[in-house]
Design a protein around this ligand. Structure first.
Ligand code: AMP
Length: 283
């Protein structure tokens, strides 16, 4: 059995563990997560291990990125299973701070990202979300000062926001994006998939199927607006309430008139029952 990772729950414990590695001249990669780990998270860990000698995984369900009507209280928390999976994946350190450690009494700082955080995708439906992500990711990066930090393309807009944030704050870290890991039927893995009823789970792969179909049609030069209208209708016919299905510039996330205007990314968000799913593909 792989040795259990060290678990740091306080900043002094985190700094001690990291200082030991840094003192030995070892490079460090950080993989931020909210726990309830699945194969998608573990693929980030594997990528992190290729990029650095040591890997620290943070597990923190960040209240700042949930709106009052969202699922913070019910978000799945599976720490024992997570730490076993991370041990098997060769992770040396888990950073698992409490909410009080991250947001001590008197905490009064906000970071309000713009640019890719204000393009009318996730930000239009979760207006509090990227400020919550920005503060927690900034704190995690400053706490750990990793050489590399790995984020999934699953949260594509978040990856763009974090890349911008690290550059704008001159944080000496390389932000690395990792491809989306999917179930065999194409559904992007997500901790929130656990909320789906069997019937919803059966409908859920529609998102990826439609994304791929739309990407192929756009690559064949079909008109983007019509392709996305038809795709959106198909998603709604499968029982989803569609938040957006859009084609955007793959790095700025700006709206595009035509496929010739740049590398394209198709992004979708939709609710099925009370569960909100997101996905995206390159064109
Ligand atoms: P979360 O725990 O949902 O906040 O996700 C932590 C990190 O794992 C984020 O960078 C996500 O983008 C990434 N991630 C989540 N699901 C997947 C997936 N299916 N494939 C790749 N990365 C993922």
């Amino acid at each position: 059995m792989a040795p259990r990772p060290r678990i740091a729950r306080t900043l002094p414990a985190l700094h001690r563990a990291l200082a030991r590695w840094r003192g030995a001249g070892e490079s460090i990669a950080l993989v931020p997560t909210m726990g309830a780990l699945h194969e998608g998270h573990l693929s980030l860990v594997r990528l992190a291990r290729r990029r650095a000698r040591r890997v620290v995984v943070s597990i923190f369900v960040n209240p700042a990125q949930f709106a009052p009507n969202e699922d913070f209280a019910n978000y799945p928390r599976t720490f024992d299973a997570d730490s076993k999976a991370l041990a098997a994946a060769g992770v040396g350190l888990i950073w698992a701070p409490s909410v009080e450690t991250m947001y001590a009494p008197g905490f009064a700082t906000r970071i309000v990202p713009e640019g890719p955080a204000k393009v009318g995708l996730e930000d239009a439906f979760r207006p509090h979300f990227f400020a919550g992500v920005a503060i927690v990711v900034s704190k995690l990066l400053v706490q750990c000062l990793p050489n590399v930090a790995v984020f999934g393309e699953k949260d594509f807009q978040q990856l763009m926001v974090v890349t911008r944030l690290a550059a704008d704050l001159d944080l000496p870290v390389k932000i690395v994006g990792a491809p989306i890991v999917r179930e065999t039927d194409g559904l992007a893995m997500s901790s929130r998939n656990a909320y789906l009823s069997p019937q919803q789970r059966a409908a859920a792969p529609t998102l990826y199927r439609v994304l791929k179909q739309c990407a192929a049609a756009i690559a064949r030069d079909e008109r983007i607006a019509r392709v996305l209208d038809e795709g959106g209708a198909e998603i709604e016919a499968a029982g989803f309430q569609l938040d957006y299905l859009e084609a955007r510039h793959a790095t700025t996330l700006a709206k595009l008139e035509s496929a010739a205007d740049g590398p394209l990314r198709l992004l979708v968000a939709a609710k099925i029952g009370r569960t909100r799913l997101i996905d995206n593909v390159a064109v």
